[in-house]
Design a protein. Structure first.
Length: 162
């Protein structure tokens, strides 16, 4: 039995992320060896293909959607997980958005595999308020994404328009 390593994600009470490696039998999600000792707290992470069908973290850090978007490449298929904040002055809530990115110049076979690989990536990033499929940075306008998250939350008692 061969054990492979995959990314495991945890969310702290303050909304920060903990990303670490965990053992698995699934070959679909393999981070690069550089992540073997990487534990970090972050607001966003971008996962992409390092070689073949192997996935690795390409970017992570603090900041929101506007800091994440420049890491999405037009010639790649990638997955992103980002924290957004909703609420008003009385109550702030951290919500997470899962993004499947299929760049407009990405190869057709890579785009076809996204539907299969996305399920594996979502087994790591399980807790999110909204899932988005994007192919253009205009699809990820921060105000529109936050409005979608608020709308997905159901009842809106926060004084925000939905």
């Amino acid at each position: 039995m061969n054990l492979l390593f995959i990314l495991c994600v945890g969310v702290f009470c303050d909304g920060s992320l903990l990303v670490r490696l965990c053992a698995s039998k699934s070959p679909q999600i393999l981070p690069s060896l550089a992540l073997a000792h990487c534990i970090f707290s972050s607001s966003r992470v971008v996962i992409g293909y390092s070689s073949g069908d192997k996935l690795a973290v390409q970017a992570s850090g603090d900041g929101g959607l506007s800091e994440l978007v420049p890491h999405l490449n037009d010639n790649e298929c990638q997955y992103a997980y980002v924290r957004v904040t909703t609420g008003d002055q009385e109550s702030k809530r951290a919500k997470f958005v899962f993004i499947s990115w299929t760049g407009s110049s990405a190869g057709i076979m890579r785009k076809a595999k996204v539907s299969v690989h996305k399920a594996n990536v979502k087994s790591v990033f399980r807790d999110f308020a909204v899932e988005l499929q994007a192919a253009d940075t205009d699809d990820l306008d921060e105000s529109k994404v936050i409005a979608t998250v608020v709308k997905a939350g159901g009842a809106n008692y926060m004084g925000q328009s939905s």
